[in-house]
Design a protein around this ligand. Structure first.
Ligand SMILES: [Zn+2]
Length: 398
């Protein structure tokens, strides 16, 4: 999903100012945009946003209140301060993810990407963490109109609390997140491993908390095992994949130590599941690192040799100077010790696998119950229907 108008609207939020311009310029320079079907997204209407958000919150986004208390009520303070064009920005982000979901739902695409989306912290009536509208949730709700089960996967460094809360009691959406989790790190305490869902949703929420400076190899070991188990247990009909770039070691958030190659391996695994997949952006506070990551992930999503065709160095283009001093296409890890002990990672992985085993058992029990039910009567043939009508009209003579 892209157009210059959409790029401009995404750039209205100061935290990501210029990020989208860098990304699309780099993708152009790497000859990737020519291999994509680019769709210009339309703005969502308030009625679309209302599929998840409250009317009061929508009104606050449309006409932000004047007084501090009201702004605080809707979370429109600090990192979610009001800015000119806020409502148009929110409708642009929501509209792009909804349109991408619609493409998947009608089979017009196998993979749809909205790098301007992935705003996973916004709740029903409150903005949070640079997220004013929860396009992840809106798109997932849209996909549920077509697909019975949606697997939501989140590799942003922050836990997707807004999405988790939205589907916490649902067995139609399985939320899987790997994130840094420690006291004081947003949105702690949300994201704890014991948050596994409630009611019908018990077992359908999987949190894998990670300690500081997790590196590619450690992350990959957990991601592969947990993602494969989620697909096996839940049998999703489609996937929503939030790819925040702030888990990179090159990001100023600096809590994890992943590289573009590490996250590419995760996305490669998701794409290999061959399910309709909605790929979303998210955090990412170093424009050049984010552009590197999402360019690499776009190539992974395209497949067919696109990854191999990427140049090893950033090609000359209008934003070339932003990529110094290394100019490598891929980011490098920081030289820091990974605080994730192997036994702690194994424990986190095993806990996630145990939760997913609950989901697997529920699915098998539901299938067994369905098999025990007497079969529904087969539809009558045309001849049988005619005979039945004749009997009904003539009466049944004993
Ligand atoms: Zn984040």
């Amino acid at each position: 999903m892209h157009s210059t108008a959409y790029e401009r609207l995404c750039g209205l939020m100061a935290a990501h100012d210029g990020r989208d311009a860098l990304l699309y310029s780099l993708m152009d320079a790497c000859v990737l945009t020519q291999r994509l079907t680019v769709t210009a997204p339309a703005l969502a209407a308030a009625s679309h946003v209302a599929a998840f958000h409250s009317q009061e919150f929508i009104k606050a986004l449309q006409r932000p209140p004047d007084d501090e208390d009201a702004l605080e009520t809707y979370g429109l303070v600090d990192d979610c301060e009001v800015f000119p064009g806020l409502w148009n920005y929110a409708c642009a982000v929501a509209g792009a993810s909804l349109q991408a979901a619609a493409l998947l739902a009608r089979g017009a695409a196998d993979v749809a990407i909205n790098w301007g989306g992935g705003r996973h912290h916004a709740s029903r009536a409150r903005a949070a963490g640079f997220c004013f509208v929860n396009d992840c949730t809106l798109a997932t709700l849209h996909l549920l109109r077509k697909f019975k089960r949606v697997l939501y996967v989140d590799v942003d460094v922050h836990h997707p609390d807004g999405v988790q809360d939205a589907f916490y009691q649902s067995d139609a959406v399985l939320c899987l997140s790997l994130h840094h989790w420690s006291p004081g790190f947003f949105p702690h305490p949300a994201g704890a491993p014991h948050e596994t869902g409630r009611g019908r949703g018990a077992g359908y929420n999987v949190n894998v908390p990670l300690a500081e400076r997790c590196c590619d190899a450690a992350y990959q070991g957990v991601f592969d095992a947990v993602f494969d188990a989620a697909v096996d247990a839940f049998r999703p009909a489609c996937v929503v994949l939030q790819c925040g770039a702030d888990a990179l070691g090159a990001d100023p958030i600096g809590r994890l130590n992943l590289t573009t190659r590490g996250l590419q391996a995760c996305v490669r695994r998701v794409i290999a599941a061959r399910l309709p997949t909605l790929v979303l952006g998210g955090g990412g506070y170093d424009g050049a690192a984010t552009a590197r990551l999402w360019t690499a992930l776009t190539a992974t999503a395209i497949g067919e040799g696109a990854e191999e065709a990427l140049p090893s160095s950033v090609p000359d283009h209008p934003h070339f100077a932003r990529y110094g001093p290394s100019f490598d296409m891929h980011t490098a890890p920081r030289r820091l010790r990974d605080a994730n002990a192997p036994e702690a990672l194994r424990a986190a992985r095993d806990r996630a696998l145990a939760t997913l085993d609950v989901v697997r058992k529920k699915r098998l029990a539901a299938a067994a119950a369905a098999a025990r039910r007497p079969p529904a009567p087969a539809p009558l043939s045309a001849a049988a229907r005619t005979a039945q009508v004749e009997v009904a009209e003539k009466g049944c003579v004993q």
